[in-house]
Design a protein around this ligand. Structure first.
Ligand code: UD1
Ligand code: CA
Length: 454
């Protein structure tokens, strides 16, 4: 049977207290709506229609390549009204699955159960929670069948004690849905067209309404406020942390890791507390990441160690490297195998060959370092002349003395030694010591200054 998906995402989300449309708020580094569209994609839906309204332009442009259809609901007259706007874009036959743009963590397997259980009738997703305030309640009859869904604001005190709530997600027979939608009105506490009223109409028509009750309430939790978003973020992160643990990754504390993108780990990877992974990060076998590191779009080769407080972005790290503590790799950095980058060393758009080392307090920008280069403490590549960037090349087996200043463009030929404190602005010959600093003098007649008495 063909399946069409409608995603409701027109609401403003007033309680977020933000100018950003609600469904664009990030969860795990991606907009809420992106998570929902992932689920729709996994179900191989025939059509996916997103009903949008608040911040329409921003929402559409954030998902320009998502391959979905858009329906504008200019005025938010309720969930039933929203679904009605989408119907003309659908196939008209088969089943319709209704998702919410602000319910991001629902599992695909449970959506499949929902669709299955609907058949040519209706299925609603429910869960039981301790504090059901704000949600529609599932009212069952004497024999336990779903009879109707009553909104909090329309519920009697008796109904308000019901702890089984409507998650909002529903699967229905498409033809029946359009018939029922035509019949629902807005005579209720909120003067809205409630989608949930289709349940009453189905029961009246003798069409079975099944409830698919999910045990994990975080799965069907909606985001209405920053508090709820923060709570869901933790639930999402814990889910990812548990997947990593199950795959054999050692996490010092599954409650203190944030993956905002994808993290691929080979065997025996260990990650200490408070690390953030963004974009696509790949860690090879036995990689260790120390505490408080940020890695964004980084690949780390086997047996490398990233020590505490390192910040690595758009970079590649080879095998058996040591990076940090307090290292910064900026975009375009590439370390071959066995490279050491120590504390307070910044590398940008540079390649370092095998076994090269910059262990202390350096800036290496727009540079090409060969193999076995030793960069002394405090060495700076002066890559910027105020107008343009220039490259520094340091060939194999060079030794750069501490506090050298390499004024680019400049080439340090193979096997060069650079005396400490030198300012190098001309290419050096291979295999020689080059020193470029004032000769040390001592002035015998010098007297220390004296303070004048007033
Ligand atoms: C709805 C359900 C309630 C359920 C709860 C679960 C109805 C009448 N009530 O209530 O039973 O427990 O969700 O979270 O369906 N939206 C539109 N256009 C509209 C109205 C809403 O696109 O005109 C979208 C919102 O952006 C949101 C979703 O539909 O993504 C739900 O709307 P919301 O106003 O949050 O519904 P609730 O009142 O919480
Ligand atoms: Ca509402």
């Amino acid at each position: 049977m063909p399946l069409d998906v409608i995603v409701l995402a027109a609401g403003q989300g007033k309680r977020m207290r933000s100018a950003l449309p609600k469904v664009l708020h990030p969860l795990g580094g991606r907009p809420l709506l992106a998570h929902v569209l992932d689920a729709a994609r996994a179900l191989h839906a025939r059509n996916t229609v997103v009903v949008h309204g608040h911040g329409a332009e921003a929402v559409r442009s954030a998902f320009a390549d998502a391959g979905v259809q858009w329906v504008l609901q200019a005025e938010q007259l309720g969930t039933g009204h929203a679904v009605q706007q989408a119907l003309p874009l659908l196939g008209g036959d088969g089943q319709v699955l209704i998702l919410y743009g602000d319910v991001p963590l629902v599992r695909v397997a449970n959506l499949e159960r929902l669709v299955q259980s609907a058949g040519d009738g209706v299925a609603v997703m429910t869960t039981e929670i301790d504090d059901p305030r704000g949600y529609g309640r599932i009212v069952r009859n004497g024999s336990g069948r779903v009879e109707r869904i009553v909104e909090e604001k329309d519920a009697t005190p008796q109904q308000q004690t019901i702890r089984e709530i409507n998650a909002g997600l529903m699967a229905l027979d498409a033809r029946r849905l359009s018939g029922w939608l035509a019949k629902i009105g807005n005579r209720n506490a909120q003067k809205e067209y409630y989608l949930t009223d289709v349940v009453t109409l189905a029961v009246k028509d003798g069409v079975p309404v099944n409830a698919v009750k999910v045990p994990d309430a975080s799965e069907v939790a909606g985001v209405n406020s920053k508090r709820e978003l923060a709570a869901l973020e933790r639930a999402f992160q814990l889910r990812q942390a548990e997947q990593l643990l199950d795959a054999g990754v050692s996490l010092a504390d599954p409650a203190r890791i944030d993956v905002r993108g994808t993290l691929e780990c080979a065997a025996e990877v260990a990650i200490d507390v408070n690390c953030i992974f963004e974009g696509r990060v790949v860690l090879g076998e036995r990689v260790h990441v120390g505490p408080n590191c940020v890695l964004r779009n980084v690949t780390v080769g086997a047996d490398s160690e990233v020590h505490a407080f390192s910040h690595l972005e758009d970079s590649e790290i080879g095998r058996r490297c040591r990076v940090g503590p307090y290292a910064r790799l900026r975009p375009g950095s590439s370390l071959a195998d066995e490279v050491h980058i120590g504390n307070f060393v910044e590398v940008k758009a540079s390649r370092l060959g095998t076994a090269s080392k910059a262990n202390h307090l350096s800036y290496i920008g727009d540079a090409e370092l060969g193999e076995r280069v030793n960069v002394g403490a405090g060495t700076i590549t002066c890559n910027y002349d105020g107008a343009a960037k220039h490259r520094t090349v340091i060939e194999d087996d060079c030794f750069i003395g501490s506090d050298a200043t390499l004024v680019a463009p400049v080439r340090i030929a193979r096997g060069s030694y650079i005396g400490a404190g030198s300012t190098i602005n001309k290419d050096t010959p291979a295999g020689q010591l080059t020193v470029a600093r004032a000769r040390q003098v001592s002035i015998a007649s010098w007297k220390p200054p004296t303070k004048k008495k007033t």
